[in-house]
Design a protein around this ligand. Structure first.
Ligand code: ADP
Length: 497
C-alpha cells in the first residue's frame, strides 16, 4: 500500500499540538511495516530550519483558489531516521507567518483560503508527481476538503478516483467553519452546500465536509469515538457521526519512545529506567524545583502540568483547586503552557502570590516539557474532554502518575487507583468520573494520601506505569488494517480502470 498523509503539522517541521506528534511518527511506523508512506504539509516560516535537509523539486503547481491561480512551489525532505518523503507546499503569502493557524489567540482571516489551497495542492501534486497513492489519510478540518474533491471532481477514468480516503478527527471542537461565500474559494458546486453535506447552520464547515465524503472515519481513542456520537462532545456533528458509525472507529495514538524515554532523554539532569527510577526521579525533581524557584523539598509531592491552556484542558476546575490550596505547605505545582490569556494571567498571579510553592512558565518549550514529565510526582490532566492525550502517556513512561478525568483517551489509557486495581497491581494513576472541582480535589487528596502514607503502593504504581507499552507499533498495525479495509471498500464502490 502507498499511504499519503495530508496534514497541517508534523514534527519536526511544525507543531502546535498532538497532531504534529502523530503525523511525525505514524508514517514512519507504517513504512516500517513494509508499506510506502508520503507526507504532504505546508512550508511555514521556520519549517526549513528544523534540522532536516530540505531540497527544491522540479514541481511547481498552479492551484485554482476561487477565481485565481496560486503558485505552489514544492520542496522535499524526509521524516527523521526514515525513508518517508515529505513534500512541503510553499506559498509564502499564505504560510510565511509567525503562526500556523493564527497569532495571539486570533485565527488568520484567510484560513479557509489557505487550506483550500493546500488541499487542492495535495491532489495536484499526487497527479503531477505520479505518486501511486492508494489512500489519502487526511487529518482534521484543514484537509477536510480532500475527500470531497476526490469524490466530486474526479470521474471513474481518473487515476485519482481510485484513491480511497480516511479522515481522522483529532479534536472535534475545531471544525473549520467559514461564512458561506467561502464556498466560492473551494471551487465546488453550490449544490453541495446543503445541510447533509458541506453546510452547517448557514456556514461552510470543512470538517463536516471531510466526515461526509471520506470512505472511512476514525478518531484517536475508542472512548472518544463513542462520545462524539452524541451531544455535547459531538459539537453539533453528532448526527453526522452516528449516521456513519459503521465506518467510524477509534485508534489510540502511540508514543514516540525515541523522543520520550527517561532512559535516554538528553534534556534531563539524569536519565533513569524502571530499575533506577528512585534516584533518577529524585535528581530530576531537585533540578526541576531549582529551575522553577521552588523550595528544595525532596519529599513534598510535586504536581506538574504541560499543555495548551485551553478551556478543554480543565482549568475551570483546576484553578479553583489551586487557589483553595495555595496556602498549603504540603504540595508544590509546576505549570508549563500557553494559550488562553485569561488562564495565563490567573496562573501567573497564583505563582506571584505563592513563590516557592507554585511555578508557572508561559512558553512552548519541548525541553522543559521533558523535565516536568521526569521531575514531577503527579501529572495533572483533568481535561473536560480529551480525544486521546499524549502527555498522560509520556508521564506513565516517566513514572509520573497521571491524575485524569475519565474521558476519551484518558479513560482508555490510565487505570485509576481503586480497591480492585490496587489489589491486582494494575493501577497506573488516579481518575474521576464527574467533571467538577470537588471530584478533582478528592482525587488529588487520594493521590497525596497514598504518596505520604503508602510508599510501597506508590512504588508499585510507578513500576506498573513505567512498564506500559504505548509504542506506535500496535497502533500502526491497527491503522494498517483500517487502510486495507478502507481501500477494499472504496474499490468495491469505484470500478478500477
Ligand atoms: P493537544 O493535542 O490537545 O494539544 P496532547 O496531549 O494530545 O494535547 O498533545 C500535546 C502535545 O503538545 C504534547 O506533546 C505536549 O508535550 C506538547 N505541548 C503542549 N503545550 C506545550 C508547551 N507549552 N510546551 C511544550 N510542549 C507542549
Amino acid at each position: 500500500m502507498h499511504i499519503c498523509f495530508a496534514t497541517s503539522e508534523a514534527v519536526p517541521f511544525a507543531k502546535t499540538g498532538g497532531l504534529a506528534d502523530v503525523c511525525g511518527a505514524l508514517p514512519c511506523e507504517i513504512a516500517r511495516l513494509g508499506h510506502s508512506a508520503t507526507l504532504v504539509m505546508p512550508a511555514y516560516r521556520g519549517t526549513m530550519h528544523r534540522g532536516q535537509a530540505v531540497q527544491s523539486t522540479e514541481f511547481e503547481l498552479q492551484v485554482p483558489v476561487g477565481n485565481k491561480l496560486v503558485t505552489a512551489e514544492i520542496l522535499s525532505s524526509k521524516l527523521p531516521d526514515s525513508e518517508v518523503t515529505v513534500y512541503l507546499i510553499r506559498q509564502d503569502e499564505y504560510f510565511d507567518r509567525d503562526g500556523v493557524y493564527g497569532e495571539q489567540g486570533i485565527d488568520y482571516e484567510d484560513n479557509c483560503e489557505r487550506f483550500v489551497f493546500f488541499s487542492r495542492a495535495v491532489l495536484q501534486l499526487i497527479q503531477r508527481a505520479d505518486l501511486n497513492v492508494d489512500l489519502i489519510h487526511a487529518h482534521d478540518w484543514t484537509t477536510g476538503l480532500i475527500p470531497a474533491l476526490l469524490k466530486i471532481e474526479f470521474d471513474d477514468c481518473d487515476r485519482l478516483s481510485r484513491i480511497a480516503s480516511l479522515m481522522t478527527v483529532h479534536n472535534l471542537a475545531y471544525q473549520g467553519t467559514f461564512w458561506h461565500w467561502d464556498m466560492l474559494l473551494t471551487g465546488i458546486d453550490w449544490k453541495y452546500f446543503n445541510w447533509q453535506q458541506m453546510e452547517f447552520h448557514g456556514e461552510l464547515n470543512l470538517l463536516k465536509t471531510g466526515l461526509v465524503f471520506a470512505d472511512a472515519l476514525n478518531t484517536v481513542s475508542p472512548t472518544y469515538a463513542e462520545e462524539i456520537q452524541s451531544a455535547p462532545l459531538g459539537c453539533g456533528l453528532e448526527a453526522v457521526l452516528s449516521d456513519r458509525r459503521g465506518v467510524l472507529s477509534g485508534i489510540i495514538n502511540g508514543v514516540d519512545y525515541a523522543t520520550w524515554n527517561p532512559a535516554k532523554d538528553p534534556y534531563l539532569a539524569t536519565t533513569y529506567c524502571t530499575d533506577s527510577y528512585g534516584e533518577g526521579k529524585r535528581v530530576c525533581k531537585r533540578a526541576l524545583q531549582r529551575e522553577f524557584g521552588l523550595e528544595m523539598a525532596p519529599d513534598r509531592p510535586l504536581i506538574g502540568f504541560v499543555g495548551r491552556l485551553a478551556g478543554q484542558k480543565g482549568f475551570d476546575i483546576a484553578l479553583p483547586v489551586m487557589q483553595a490550596w495555595a496556602e498549603r505547605q504540603d504540595v508544590q505545582w509546576v505549570i508549563l503552557g500557553t494559550g488562553d490569556r485569561g488562564i495565563e494571567k490567573k496562573l501567573q498571579q497564583l505563582a506571584r502570590e505563592n513563590p516557592g510553592r507554585i511555578g508557572v512558565v508561559i512558553d512552548f518549550s519541548e525541553p522543559l516539557a521533558h523535565r516536568i514529565e521526569a521531575g514531577a510526582d503527579l501529572f495533572l490532566m483533568p481535561s473536560e474532554y480529551e480525544p486521546c492525550g499524549l502527555n498522560q502517556l509520556y508521564s506513565l513512561k516517566y513514572g509520573t502518575l497521571p491524575v485524569v478525568h475519565a474521558t476519551g483517551g484518558l479513560a482508555d489509557t490510565v487505570i485509576g487507583a481503586d480497591e480492585k486495581s490496587l489489589a491486582t497491581g494494575m493501577a497506573t494513576g488516579f481518575s474521576f468520573d464527574a467533571y467538577n472541582r470537588s471530584e478533582l480535589a478528592r482525587t488529588l487528596e487520594q493521590a497525596l494520601a497514598l504518596y505520604d502514607e503508602r510508599p510501597e503502593i506508590w512504588k508499585q504504581m510507578i513500576e506498573t506505569a513505567m512498564q506500559q507499552d504505548w509504542s506506535w507499533r500496535a497502533s500502526a498495525v491497527r491503522y494498517s488494517s483500517l487502510y486495507e479495509q478502507t481501500i477494499a471498500r472504496h474499490h468495491a464502490t469505484v470500478p478500477i480502470t
